[in-house]
Design a protein around this ligand. Sequence first.
Ligand SMILES: Nc1ncnc2c1ncn2[C@@H]1O[C@H](COP(=O)(O)OP(=O)(O)OP(=O)(O)O)[C@@H](O)[C@H]1O
Ligand SMILES: [Mg+2]
Length: 294
Amino acid sequence: MLKVITFFNVKGGVGKTTLTVNTAAKLAHVHPGKSKVLILDLDAQAGATNYIFGAEQQEYYEKEERTLYNLLLETFSGSQPNIDDYAVKAFNWSGKLYVVPGSYSILEAEKAALTSTGLWLLKLREIVHRAVDFGYNYIFIDPPATFGVLTKMALAASQYFVIPVIPDQLGLGAFKLLDKGFRTFIVDLRTVLSIDELPVCGGVVFNRLKSKTHYIIADKIAEEARRHKLYGRYPIPVYKTRLDDTVDYTKCLEKHEPIFTCKGINKKTKEQFESYFKEFYAYVVEDGARKVKK
Ligand SMILES: Nc1ncnc2c1ncn2[C@@H]1O[C@H](COP(=O)(O)OP(=O)(O)OP(=O)(O)O)[C@@H](O)[C@H]1O
Ligand SMILES: [Mg+2]
């Protein structure tokens, strides 16, 4: 069993990395059995790697050529690299959480992808499918805030994409843009994948709310999401839990700790995260988002 999840939005700074890292860590924490959780850091800012390990460690992996960039290059050249040569255990966080570190060079992988043998769109999909042989059952991909080659490869590899949105005017615009660009992309994807292999929306999660206006716009976006059916089939779930804007997230980031174990932060922040995670679990881990109401 393999489940691949990408937190996706064309807008930057909405919480993709924060939610990727914390959700993956929480899942590694609560999920029974031996299944390992892997984060693939696909962003040139290497935010997920920096969050978990710190900048010094990230530079070390970069020097050691133990990054997702190197793993991708090897795959593009036609070989089948050993994922465990690249995955690093996040031992301070969980015995079951691993990361393939991000690299500042990863944008160069976009060019390399286009000249590689075989379909570039499916290269990350090849990698994640092989990850099952290494005991990884949940893979989170942290993409850049663009809708380029890397993000498209991530979506083509995913069963679910979750959309974090800051519900401001810009957030509303980004949501619409995402919808339009996304449709064109799906047409391309349909030429290589069957309908059952297409990624399903694991939900829209509102993040960084700090004013009444944010709540009003969140309601508007939720209403818009309710009017859509993905592939004319799946509803777009909107999470009831909304995550407030709080310095607690920066505090945990600076301490390189997950939000749910980090000390000295507000009880409310932790409660909101737990409540968000329950919804994530129901929609994505238990496949609630795929259950179509007749
Ligand atoms: N609920 C929140 N409250 C306050 N700060 C938050 C919250 N969620 C995330 N942040 C902070 O916002 C910043 C941007 O978040 P993050 O890096 O997760 O976004 P991103 O979508 O991955 O950005 P990028 O597109 O640049 O990769 C970070 O400094 C993070 O700590
Ligand atoms: Mg990010």
